[in-house]
Design a protein around this ligand. Structure first.
Ligand code: BES
Ligand code: MN
Ligand code: MN
Length: 462
């Protein structure tokens, strides 16, 4: 790996330009208007795998957007690392809050990224982080330093729940067989505090609809005498948390893993500055479940959040109206050993039971996913830790994150594979928000660190 650093330095501009080309295509999986762009992105990803030196590449059809597959097999007796990533992105809205257009990438300096960061939707989640793996593979293949076999599986529906992937895994078990799965689709604590993600939360996502009168009504003629679905929905939602911010759905906490005081004390050693946290978000206080610290609230505890709520008149000026219907989208983040289907059922039963007379309630489940926790004693974790030690000069801190990558639990169920999560983004990189960005330093550091994971994983496996 002697020439890894010089290879990256010599190719830095090309690596950035290639990523910029990828970021220019609006591969928004949630919006069918962009389906051509999503497919175009899959083709570009396939080409990048060919250019990196993969022997086999394929655009694999699924019932939704395709999975891009690639492989470079050295020797079947050597370990095989499967890289997973996603080429789809979140919708960019609200557009007016972007300081530069989401699909016209530009490099700008920020306080945390003095060397510049690429601003574009998908820069960090996940095109930038996925592409680090393609460039790391290019280095290892072109320099004859690939110590083991490599497979890529880059999907196009992660941001909409990876609906086609369960079938895809079942149908391609052989093709996807591996010794470890490697993913960069999470974050790290800070550029000088490397960390390895050891846990992801699960997810249950529902949409609720409350119907009152059969049509929109004049809020003067009828107001006060009929159920107003928006008022009712808000009251129902408010009742889902008690005064300690515990979730009130009966049975919701029954299966929640109790983290021991010793483990909590261990987790509390990870650096976290509450004042900086509040300052970065312009809030004068945090808010959450009584009895838990902020970092516990977003990692080891389950949550319920309204993600969107609508109904009635929201246009210019005022319209006096009682809407016939009100809606909300609600996510519940889950922790071991909660089951998304069970939680969705508990939610549905409870939500229907608290509806007052006079309205009708419908609960439509969306995608879900199981939580995941990794074992720090594994060869995979050790190899990742050594890789960070090599390139950051520091031992990474294990950290459970609040986000979800539902495919990780599926990998374990269907392929019986463990996953290592090596994220290089920062929480402040604004993923899913306006002005998403990814540090140039982080991008290049990822490309530098990944080959060492291959080296140490192969060494530790033998
Ligand atoms: N890359 C994120 C998940 C993530 C980000 C985990 C940062 C940890 C830290 C992924 O693309 C994502 O957004 N997942 C969704 C779930 C999915 C089912 C839509 C999420 O967590 O909301
Ligand atoms: Mn992602
Ligand atoms: Mn995402």
């Amino acid at each position: 790996m002697d020439n890894l650093k010089s290879f990256i330095a010599a190719n830095k501009d090309r690596f950035l330009n290639e990523l910029i080309t990828l970021l220019k295509i609006p591969s928004i999986s949630a919006d069918p208007a962009y389906s051509k762009d999503v497919l175009k992105t899959a083709e570009l990803v396939e080409k990048s795998l060919q250019d990196a030196g993969c022997d086999v590449t394929e655009i694999c059809e699924t019932k939704g957007y395709p999975v891009v597959y690639g492989e470079k097999m050295i020797d079947p007796k050597l370990p095989t690392i499967l890289v997973y990533g996603h080429y789809d992105v979140q919708p960019p809205d609200p557009m007016d809050l972007w300081t530069s257009p989401p699909f016209e990438p530009v490099i700008k300096k920020t306080e945390l990224h003095p060397e510049g960061a690429i601003f574009a939707r998908g820069a960090c989640d996940d095109k930038g982080q996925m592409y680090m793996h393609v460039k790391a593979a290019e280095f290892m293949i072109k320099n004859n330093e690939l110590p083991c076999n490599i497979k890529f599986m880059i999907e196009g529906e992660e941001e909409v729940g990876s609906d086609s992937l369960a079938d895809f895994l079942e149908d391609h078990k052989e093709k996807l067989s591996n010794d470890i799965i490697l993913i960069s689709d999470t974050g790290m604590i800070a550029n000088d505090v490397p960390s390895i993600t050891t846990g992801l939360r699960g997810l249950s996502y529902v949409e609720v609809e409350v119907t009152g009168p059969n049509r929109d009504l004049h809020s003067g003629i009828y107001g006060g005498a009929v159920p107003n679905p928006i008022n009712v929905l808000n009251k129902m939602i408010a009742s889902l948390h008690d005064e300690n911010n515990h979730i009130t759905i009966p049975g919701f906490y029954d299966k929640v893993e109790v983290v021991s005081d010793a483990e909590r004390a261990e987790m509390a050693k990870a650096p976290f500055n509450l004042e900086d946290y509040k300052k970065a978000l312009d809030i004068d206080d945090v808010y959450g479940e009584k009895g838990y610290t902020t970092s516990e609230r977003y990692s080891i505890r389950p949550t319920l959040d309204v993600n969107g709520i609508w109904g009635g008149y929201t246009g210019e000026g005022a319209k006096t109206v009682i809407a016939s219907k009100a809606y909300a989208k609600i996510s519940m983040r889950l922790v071991p050993h909660q089951d998304p289907d069970e939680i969705t059922e508990l939610f549905t039963k409870h939500f229907e039971s608290i509806a007052p007379k006079g309205v009708q309630v419908k609960v439509n489940p969306h995608h879900g996913g199981l939580p995941y926790v990794t074992n720090m004693d594994s060869i995979g974790y050790q190899a990742a830790a050594k890789a960070y030690e090599k390139t950051f000069g520091k031992t990474p801190i294990p950290e459970r994150t609040g986000g979800s990558i539902p495919i990780v639990a599926l990998f374990e169920q269907v392929l019986h594979s463990k996953t290592i999560l090596m994220g290089f983004g920062l929480d402040s990189d604004a993923i899913h928000s306006p002005n998403e960005h990814f540090g140039v330093w982080n991008y290049l550091k990822g490309i530098e660190t990944i080959p060492y994971f291959y080296k140490y994983f192969t060494e530790l496996s033998s």
